[in-house]
Design a protein around this ligand. Structure first.
Ligand SMILES: [Zn+2]
Length: 410
């Protein structure tokens, strides 16, 4: 069995893994890196028998529309992932237009993608052309799945994985395999206790409101915004939601079997005010206690409007809830207290604090997942500090740390 990463081996972005086994070629994920400008993985092989998409985040799904040009390949994903991928692909073209990038695919490719998708429900199995691949929930975000390929050896592709349940989605369970291809986003790092983080987050929001300010909470549209809203449910705050997360809520609500607690999700989303138009934003500034909005790294989206309006208010707060990539506005805000809006650099007077709402397994949870899988070989991917996880696993299993393009035989 031969493995080759088209991207995403040593970085968190642009993931693509080609697996060749007994004359068949499979592709797991094909993403992009939504930086400014975006970057893309190496080209996919011209013949692929089947494509398996783990979940909808752009670093895994971003190049799917381009695969609609492959003649024979079916693309397997859960129904939730299929709906979200369509939404994000259209948004990617919109951003390319607004920012002046050359788009990686055409609108027609998104359209053609519909006929390429094969929806398989959680815990289902794909069987075609002698290929057998089983789905098993990955935690992380609703619809996220791991894939076990029953080839010459049993290979498990983790996608992004979270082994602790959150308010939004249940935990991933360990799966037996021979070869485990494992994400390493949090190699060498542990998360603080989630319940404690959520309590501290609510306390900081309450303090902001008590002193007469408003809390701006930038959040990624898929998963993170909903985790934040669930954590604020029943707090009694006036919570407003702006940006693409509104559409994501509808997709999640339509697939209750993918949620940790559909009733709780439904109640939490009912209590949120939706910002339906740009004209409403004036009222939001007046009436809201908390504004949850995209983009999560402050590089675009309605969040810049709200920060533009409120950055002089020392009573207000900006609470970051996700990873802030090098070069992003969010990272600039954390590192030197400034951010750039419409080419003007401002220094917000607001409180700025970051909370760890991560949807990835921490270092010890990854080690535990390896031990429970019974894998003899572990291939580490999707991480910029993989050597820390490799060191922790050394001596217990064979650990491989490939580079992009390298061909591995397992
Ligand atoms: Zn992800």
């Amino acid at each position: 069995m031969e493995l080759q990463f088209l991207g995403g081996a040593s970085e968190v972005g642009s993931l693509g893994l080609v697996v060749r086994d007994q004359g068949r070629t499979l592709l797991f994920d094909y993403g992009m890196t939504p930086t400014d400008p975006p970057s893309y993985p190496r080209p996919a092989p011209t013949h692929v028998d089947a494509v398996f998409l783990s979940h909808a985040h752009l670093d895994h799904s971003g190049m799917m529309p381009l695969l609609s040009r492959l003649a024979h390949a079916e693309i397997v994903a859960t129904p939730v992932t299929i709906a979200l991928t369509d939404l994000l692909a259209k948004d990617t073209l919109k951003i390319a237009r607004l920012e002046g990038y050359l788009p990686p695919y055409a609108p027609g490719d998104i359209h053609s993608l519909h006929s390429k998708f094969t929806a398989i429900d959680r815990k289902g199995t794909f069987r075609r052309k002698g290929i057998e691949v089983e789905l098993t929930p990955a935690g992380h975000i609703p619809g996220a799945t791991m894939y076990r390929f029953r080839g010459e050896k049993d290979l498990l592709f983790s996608g992004d994985v979270q082994t602790l349940g959150t308010q939004l989605v249940g935990p991933a369970q360990p799966v037996q395999c021979d070869v485990l291809v494992l994400e390493s986003t949090y190699a060498g790092r542990e998360h603080p206790d989630r319940k404690e983080t959520e309590r501290r987050f609510r306390d900081r929001v309450a303090e902001t409101i008590e002193r007469g300010g408003k809390a701006i909470v930038p959040a990624f549209a898929v998963g993170r915004a909903q985790e934040v809203l669930l954590s604020l449910a029943h707090s009694g705050f006036e919570v407003y939601l702006d940006g693409m997360a509104r559409n994501v809520n509808h997709i999640f609500a339509a697939s209750p079997e993918y949620l940790a607690d559909p009733k709780k999700f439904h109640r939490a989303m009912e209590s949120v005010h939706l910002v339906e138009s740009a004209g409403m934003r004036r009222h939001v500034i007046r009436d809201a206690d908390v504004i949850v909005t995209t983009g999560g790294m402050l590089d675009g989206g309605p969040v810049l409007h709200y920060i533009g309006e409120l950055h002089r208010d020392a009573n207000s707060s900006i609470f970051l809830t996700g990873y802030q990539v090098e070069g992003s506005n969010g990272r600039q805000l954390m590192d030197d207290g400034t951010l750039t809006i419409d080419e003007v650099t401002v220094r917000p007077a607001c409180d700025v604090e970051k909370f760890d709402f991560s949807a990835h397994a921490g270092h010890s949870d990854l080690v535990k997942l390896v031990q429970q899988s019974g894998a003899k070989t572990v291939v580490l991917m999707h991480g910029d500090q993989r050597e820390k996880l490799a060191a922790a696993l050394e001596g217990t299993v064979q650990v491989l740390v490939p580079q992009n393009g390298e061909r591995l035989v397992v």
